[in-house]
Design a protein around this ligand. Structure first.
Ligand SMILES: [Zn+2]
Ligand SMILES: [Zn+2]
Length: 140
């Protein structure tokens, strides 16, 4: 049985590399604060990585194992890593994971998006009711 030489959890290697290529926004998408900003992926990168490695039968249980396939994983998951992301302040990031869990379930991406938009509307002092009233008034 091979000794587990893993020093870090595999997804950390992905985050390190992906972070270097991603430009975080300068403010929280929801409230606009510029303090304590964090990146939220709609897709749990941990889940994506584990499923992908399993499908490809890659052993990512060691540092060498994950490093050997890291670029391939990133190349195949550009959308999830770089497009389906939100810059949030720590407060809103924690709140989101409070609702959707530490590792949001696959398939909850649209619900997360709706939640984010709803919080944004709230933070901006508008509600969905007033915005639809505004829309209707154009036609009166
Ligand atoms: Zn915020
Ligand atoms: Zn997150």
């Amino acid at each position: 049985m091979a000794k587990n030489t893993n020093n870090r959890i595999p997804v950390k290697w992905i985050r390190d590399k992906a972070k270097a290529a991603y430009q975080k926004q300068e403010y929280c998408y929801i409230c606009g604060t510029t303090e304590d900003l964090e990146l939220h992926h709609l897709h749990s990168i941990t889940l994506l990585l584990n499923r992908w490695a399993e499908r490809k039968q890659y052993d990512i249980s060691t540092d060498d194992g994950i490093l050997a396939v890291r670029d391939e994983f990133i190349a195949e998951h550009r959308v999830e890593l770089y497009d389906l992301v939100y810059t949030l302040c720590n407060r809103h990031h924690v709140a989101l994971h409070g609702v959707y869990g530490k590792t949001p379930a696959p398939g909850s991406e649209d619900r997360q998006k709706n939640w984010i938009e709803k919080q944004k509307a709230k933070a901006e002092g508008r509600t969905t009711e007033t915005s639809s009233a505004g829309l209707f008034s154009k036609f009166l």
